[in-house]
Ligand binder design. Structure first.
Ligand SMILES: Nc1ncnc2c1ncn2[C@@H]1O[C@H](COP(=O)(O)OP(=O)(O)OP(=O)(O)O)[C@@H](O)[C@H]1O
Ligand SMILES: [Mg+2]
Length: 338
C-alpha cells in the first residue's frame, strides 16, 4: 500500500476516509450548502451541516444522498471530489489507490461515474467493497473462517444485515431503515402528542441525548424549542426519555424484525455459529444506548456493539488495502484508469 492509499465510506449522512498509517482522518457530514438560484456551492461537510434548517432564503443545505440512494448525483460527485482532494492533496507522480464502500442503492452507472470522479480527484484505481464485508473487517470479525458471523450495520438511511462465512455473504439484506427513520419517528410522535413541530436536527439531538432502546432506570429530561402547531408560535417544552423511548418503538421493532428475518433465512449450520458467537452491530445507529440489549432480549441471541462502530466501514476499506493478500479477493472490480 502506498503511503497515500485511502479507504472511503461514502455514507448517506457521513463520509469517512481512512489513510494508511494515520487511521480515519476525515469524518464529515455528507451535506452540501448551495445557493438556491445559481446552485453554486457555498459549503461542504461540517460547515454545511451547521446550516441545516438555519439558512437564509437564498441558501439551501442538503444531503445529496438519502435512504441509501443518490438523490443528487452532481452534488454527490462534487462532495466526494472535495473530500478526496482535501485528504490526498495533489500528487504529481504517484497517484494513490482507493477502496470505496457505497450505499447499497447505487446503480451500476452511478458506480462507474463515481470511479471516474475518484480518478479526476487524483486516485489511480478505485475498487469497491461490499458494505457488510467492510463493516465486518473493520469490526475485527474473522470473515475468512468457515464459520458464520452476523454483522448488522445501522447507518442513517440503511441497515445492512449479513451473515458471512469464508468471506462470502451467505445472507445479505439491505433495509431502508436507519437513524433517519428514528429521527422521523420522534418528529411524528411530538407532533401527534404535543402538537409540537421540531426539525430534523433537533430530533437527532433528542435521540442522541436522551434516546434509549431499553427503558431507562433513571428518567432523563431535556428542553426543546419547536413550533406549536395550533398557535403557530415557538414553544419551549420539556421532553422525557420515556417519551423518546416510546417514540422510537416502531423503527426499533422493524430493526429487530429485519434481524429476525435474516436469521430465519440463514442456513442451519451458520445460524448455529451466530447463536454461539453473537451478533455484532456497527454504524452510527448502533450507538443508541440499550440497542444491543434490546436485540438480545427480543431474539435471545447475544449481541454486542463493535468498538468504534461508526468508523468500521472506513477502517474495513483501509485494512483491505493494507492486507491485500488476506482481503483483496473480496474487492469488486472498479474501473482501472491508466
Ligand atoms: N449516540 C447515538 N445514538 C443514536 N444514534 C446515533 C448516535 N450517534 C450517531 N447516531 C446516528 O447514526 C447515524 C449515522 O450513522 P453513520 O455515520 O454510520 O451513517 P451513514 O454511514 O452515513 O449512513 P448509511 O450507512 O445509511 O449510508 C445517524 O442517523 C445518527 O443520528
Ligand atoms: Mg454507513
Amino acid at each position: 500500500m502506498a503511503a497515500e492509499d485511502i479507504g472511503i465510506d461514502l455514507g448517506t449522512s457521513n463520509v469517512l476516509i481512512y489513510e494508511r498509517g494515520k487511521g480515519v482522518t476525515c469524518n464529515e457530514p455528507a451535506v452540501v450548502a448551495l445557493e438556491r438560484e445559481s446552485r453554486s456551492i457555498r459549503a461542504i461537510g461540517e460547515e454545511a451541516y451547521k446550516m441545516i434548517g438555519r439558512t437564509p432564503a437564498n441558501i439551501v443545505a442538503m444531503r445529496p444522498l438519502r435512504d441509501g440512494m443518490v438523490a443528487d448525483f452532481e452534488l454527490t460527485s462534487s462532495m466526494l471530489h472535495y473530500f478526496v482532494v482535501q485528504t490526498i492533496g495533489k500528487h504529481m507522480f504517484s497517484r494513490p489507490r482507493a477502496v470505496l464502500s457505497l450505499p447499497s442503492g447505487i446503480n451500476e452507472m452511478e458506480k462507474r461515474s463515481i470511479t471516474a470522479i475518484m480518478f479526476e480527484a487524483g486516485v489511480r484505481r478505485t475498487q469497491l467493497l461490499d458494505r457488510p464485508v467492510a463493516a465486518a473487517i473493520g469490526a475485527g470479525l474473522n470473515i475468512n473462517d468457515a464459520y458464520g458471523s452476523m454483522i448488522v450495520d445501522i447507518g442513517a438511511g440503511m441497515t445492512d444485515v449479513a451473515v458471512l462465512s469464508l468471506g462470502r455473504m451467505a445472507v445479505s439484506r439491505a433495509h431502508k431503515l436507519g437513524g433517519d427513520h428514528f429521527d422521523e419517528a420522534i418528529i411524528r410522535y411530538l407532533r401527534r402528542k404535543h402538537n409540537l413541530l421540531i426539525g430534523e436536527r433537533t430530533a437527532e439531538e433528542l435521540k442522541i441525548n436522551i434516546g434509549s432502546a431499553m427503558p431507562r432506570s433513571e428518567q432523563l429530561y431535556t428542553e426543546v424549542t419547536g413550533r406549536n402547531l395550533i398557535s403557530g408560535l415557538p414553544k419551549l417544552m420539556r421532553i422525557t426519555s420515556d417519551e423518546i423511548h416510546e417514540a422510537i418503538d416502531e423503527p426499533l421493532t422493524a430493526l429487530i424484525e429485519a434481524i429476525h428475518g435474516a436469521l430465519e433465512e440463514t442456513p442451519a449450520e451458520l445460524a448455529a455459529d451466530v447463536f454461539d458467537s453473537g451478533i455484532v452491530l456497527s454504524g452510527g445507529g448502533a450507538q443508541l444506548p440499550g440497542l444491543s440489549e434490546a436485540i438480545s432480549t427480543a431474539l435471545n441471541v447475544n449481541c454486542r456493539v463493535a468498538d468504534h462502530p461508526q468508523t468500521c466501514v472506513a477502517v474495513g476499506c483501509g485494512l483491505t488495502l493494507e492486507n491485500m493478500s488476506e482481503f483483496g479477493r473480496y474487492l469488486n472490480d472498479g474501473r482501472k484508469h491508466n
